[in-house]
Design a protein around this ligand. Structure first.
Ligand code: LER
Ligand code: MN
Length: 271
C-alpha cells in the first residue's frame, strides 16, 4: 500500500497540515522517511510553478496523489454554498483552475472545506442544491481529462454539510458524475460513522482517496483506532490509491510523520 503525507505549498492556518513552508527541504525529509508520495495543499494553483513543483517532487522519487484545496476557504472564504453568487462562482472557478495542475501531476482534487457551511438564513437543502450544482460544474470542467474529484465527509464541528460516508454516497447519487467520488478520513469517520470498516465496504470503488489520523488526530498509533483492520478492509475494496497521513504536527511535525509511517508499515506487514 502506498503511503503519503500532507504538505502545504505555502504557510497554512489549518493545523492538521503537518508541514508548512520550506518546501524543498520538507519534500526531501518526507522521502527520507520512506513515504511514497506527498499530498499537496494548494490554496491557488496560479501561485504554483507546476514544472518546478513536479521537478522537486520527482527528484526525491515521490508522487503527488492528491491536491488539497481547503486553504481557499480558510484563508479567502471561498465556498460552494455561500449565499453570495459571486463567492460561489469564485469557488467553482478556483476549483476548476486546479484541473490543469492535477492533470499534470495525475492527482485527485480534494473537495473538503471548500463546500463551506450553511450561512444564517439559508436552508440546509438550499446549501445541498448549491453544493450539487457546484460539483457538477467542476466535474464538467474536468471532462475529457483524467482528473477526478473526491469530496471528504467531515465531522459536525467543521461543517453542517455531508458528515458521514452514507451522506457522501447520497451526494454521489445526486451529482451523478463518474469523475466524482469520496475521500474518507479516519479522524472524521471515528466521530461520524458507526462502523469504520462497514463504511469502507459500503463506499467500495467510490473511494478515490484516503486520509489517516488516529482518534485524537495525532499520527496513526497515537490513539485507539485499529489501522490493521481499517487498511485491510480498504485493500479488500480493490483500492489502488494512496493512504495519506493528515495529522497534527505533535509532538512536532517530524516525529509525527516518522512515528506515523512506522506504525502504518508495521500494521500493514503484520496482516
Ligand atoms: C481536510 O482534509 C480535513 O480533514 C478537514 O478536517 C480540514 O479541516
Ligand atoms: Mn482529511
Amino acid at each position: 500500500m502506498n503511503l503519503s503525507v500532507v504538505l502545504s505549498t505555502h504557510a497554512a492556518a489549518f493545523q492538521a497540515v503537518a508541514f508548512k513552508g520550506d518546501f524543498e527541504a520538507n519534500v526531501a525529509k518526507i522521502a527520507s522517511w520512506g513515504y511514497d508520495g506527498v499530498e499537496l495543499a494548494v490554496r491557488d494553483p496560479k501561485l504554483v510553478n507546476a514544472g518546478q513543483l513536479e521537478r522537486v517532487v520527482a527528484e526525491c522519487g515521490l508522487i503527488v496523489p492528491a491536491i488539497g484545496t481547503g486553504q481557499a476557504w480558510g484563508e479567502e472564504g471561498l465556498s460552494f454554498t455561500s449565499s453570495d453568487p459571486s463567492v460561489r462562482a469564485a469557488a467553482i472557478e478556483r476549483i476548476s483552475s486546479h484541473v490543469p495542475l492535477a492533470a499534470h501531476l495525475d492527482a485527485i482534487v480534494i473537495l473538503g472545506l471548500i463546500r463551506g457551511i450553511t450561512p444564517e438564513g439559508q436552508t440546509h437543502e438550499q446549501s445541498m442544491e448549491y453544493l450539487v450544482d457546484a460539483i457538477q460544474q467542476c466535474a464538467a470542467a474536468a471532462e475529457g481529462t483524467s482528473v477526478r474529484f473526491a469530496l471528504e465527509p467531515m465531522n459536525r464541528y467543521e461543517t453542517d454539510l455531508v458528515h458521514s460516508a452514507a451522506d457522501g454516497l447520497e451526494l454521489i447519487e445526486r451529482v451523478g458524475k463518474n469523475n466524482f467520488g469520496l475521500l474518507l478520513d479516519t479522524f472524521h469517520m471515528n466521530i461520524e460513522d458507526a462502523d469504520i470498516e462497514a463504511s469502507i465496504r459500503a463506499c467500495g470503488n467510490r473511494i478515490f482517496h484516503f486520509h489517516v489520523a488516529d482518534s485524537n488526530r495525532w499520527y496513526p498509533g497515537a490513539g485507539h483506532l485499529d489501522f490493521g483492520s481499517i487498511l485491510e478492509e480498504l485493500e479488500k475494496t480493490g483500492y489502488q490509491g494512496f493512504v495519506s497521513g493528515e495529522f497534527m504536527p505533535l509532538p512536532d511535525a517530524d516525529s509525527a510523520a516518522e512515528h506515523g509511517i512506522a506504525h502504518l508499515r508495521e500494521v500493514i506487514v503484520s496482516k
